[in-house]
Design a protein around this ligand. Structure first.
Ligand code: B12
Length: 410
């Protein structure tokens, strides 16, 4: 058998923060759970997440016929503390931490490729034949979290995310399936014990039971994956989250501990202002926060909402070219911004929302109408009445009528 230390060392050299190994046996339990979740409608809204996909993604040999082992990798995206928006004078939106920096797919995929090339070279020298590999991160047909759990990289949190001892769940998962027989690691014994803080913290109650996520209620799904209208009853519960959501991760004591370890949070749980240089000074030499995942100045973590409503297609593309945020497209992001502005209760947003009633995208116009209904006031009411006369799209007309119906008679 090959020396797994050498393989793991190379993973660290490439910038992965944790590496474990498991066998390529089927993930039968995960398959049953996923199929049951699909049957109960908990994966609704993700049309590509089919039973057939689950079947393949839980059978590594369907992806590589001679599969023997899986190298499970993690890359930490914990870099800086979240900014505080409580003192802000203009309404701001929250972006999930994983999207503050560069798109992780673009950062991890090339490294997986280099890892695979190195592994082929190494096995050619050591064994006289090249290893076969298949590479996965997120979008591939592989159950990233089930692999990480069995490889002992972390344990399932009740919010369904994989938690690690050092970094909580603030890490991306990736894997290499190979035909090499490698010494597997043991799963961890750790678990969340009695803690259920995350289940109660979710504002949309997307975590009905431990280890169970109702996709269509998850703010991450609503703000990133959903292409159409956000259900009316969920909009007021979404707060100012405009791309993804970290609530079930932020409240997790294991995650808070990880942030504290980096000096990002004090013992009382208050976020600390810490620069990257300071983080580097305080942490052991084994961990360097990845500069790729630091907040990009053009994106930020709590951007001002009103200027986002003025973005043209071209400006959207320029600003979010390297960011995961490009996934929502302009219309998805502006839809989310409208909801957040509606929830802000801040009348400063009214003129921008009135402008958005004339956006080129029906999706944006409809959500702008909803936001104006939520903010109320004479200016909002008058603008909605004008828009009702001009609007040609049925769905938007319905949104405007609904918004108008929420104004009390004067
Ligand atoms: C689809 C998807 C989503 C969907 C969620 C749909 C869903 N229900 O999973 C949406 C868009 C909502 C989403 C959101 C997020 N996602 Co996502 N997503 C995925 C994706 C592509 C597939 C996940 C999947 O297979 N789901 C199927 C369900 C059934 O699997 P599961 O939730 O893991 O279920 C397991 C547990 O419940 C466990 N289980 C069940 N019962 C029990 C009982 C006990 C006692 C125990 C111990 C375990 C257990 O077994 C199940 C099967 O393995 C993966 C990438 C990939 N290829 O795997 C990324 C991935 C899971 N996402 C990721 C991230 C970062 C996020 C967000 C944090 C992003 C954000 N900040 O907005 C949120 C987190 C939301 C949450 N609480 O889960 C990371 C998670 C990293 C980690 N540390 O775990 C992944 C792995 C991407 C990556 N490669 O890094 N995501």
């Amino acid at each position: 058998m090959l020396n797994t230390h050498i393989i793991k060392e190379y993973a660290y050299e490439l910038g992965f923060d944790t590496v474990h190994i498991t066998t390529a046996e089927a993930f039968s339990e995960a398959k049953n759970i996923i199929q049951e979740r699909i049957a109960r409608g908990l994966m609704d809204g993700l049309p590509w997440f089919t039973e057939e996909r689950a079947e393949v993604s839980c059978h590594p040999d369907a992806l590589l016929p001679e599969a023997k082992s899986i190298i499970a990798l993690g890359m930490v995206y914990l870099t800086e503390q979240p900014e505080d928006d409580r003192e802000a004078t203009e309404p701001r939106g929250r972006i999930a931490r994983y999207a503050w920096g560069d798109d992780y797919h673009d950062i991890i995929k090339p490294r997986l490729k280099r890892f695979s090339e190195w592994l082929q070279e190494y096995t050619r020298t050591e064994l006289g034949s090249e290893a076969e590999t298949r590479l996965f991160v997120d979008t591939g047909r592989m159950v990233d979290r089930a692999v990480a759990q069995r490889a002992g990289l972390g344990w399932y949190g009740k919010n369904t995310n994989i938690l690690t001892k050092g970094w909580g769940s603030w890490l991306f998962l990736a894997e290499i399936v190979t035909n090499l027989p490698l010494e597997p690691d043991e799963p961890l014994k750790a678990n969340c014990g009695n803690c259920e803080i995350c289940l109660h913290a979710c504002p949309t109650q997307a975590l009905p039971n431990p280890y169970e996520l109702d996709n269509q209620r998850c703010i991450s799904f609503l703000t990133i994956e959903l292409r159409g209208s956000i259900p009316l009853e969920l909009r007021p519960l979404m707060g100012n989250n405009i791309f993804g959501c970290d609530i079930c991760q932020e409240v997790c004591p294991i995650n808070k501990l990880a942030e504290r370890r980096l000096g990002l949070r004090d013992k009382q749980g208050t976020a600390q202002f810490v620069t990257l240089a300071e983080i580097n000074r305080r942490t052991q030499p084994t961990f360097q926060p990845h500069k790729e995942f630091l907040k990009r100045p053009a994106v930020g973590s709590i951007p001002e909402l009103i200027p986002l409503l003025a973005l043209s297609e071209e400006e959207f593309r320029d600003r979010f070219r390297h960011s995961p945020i490009k996934r929502t497209k302009r219309r998805g992001l502006l839809r989310n911004v409208c909801v957040a502005l509606g929830n802000s209760g801040d009348l400063q947003a009214v003129p921008a929302l009135v402008g958005a009633l004339h956006d080129q995208e029906a999706l944006v116009r409809g959500h702008a109408a909803w936001a104006l209904g939520r903010l109320q006031g004479q200016e909002a009411h008058a603008a909605l009445q004008v828009a009702l006369l001009e609007e040609k799209d049925d769905e938007v007309t319905q949104e405007i009528r609904y918004a108008l119906s929420t104004f009390s008679e004067t």
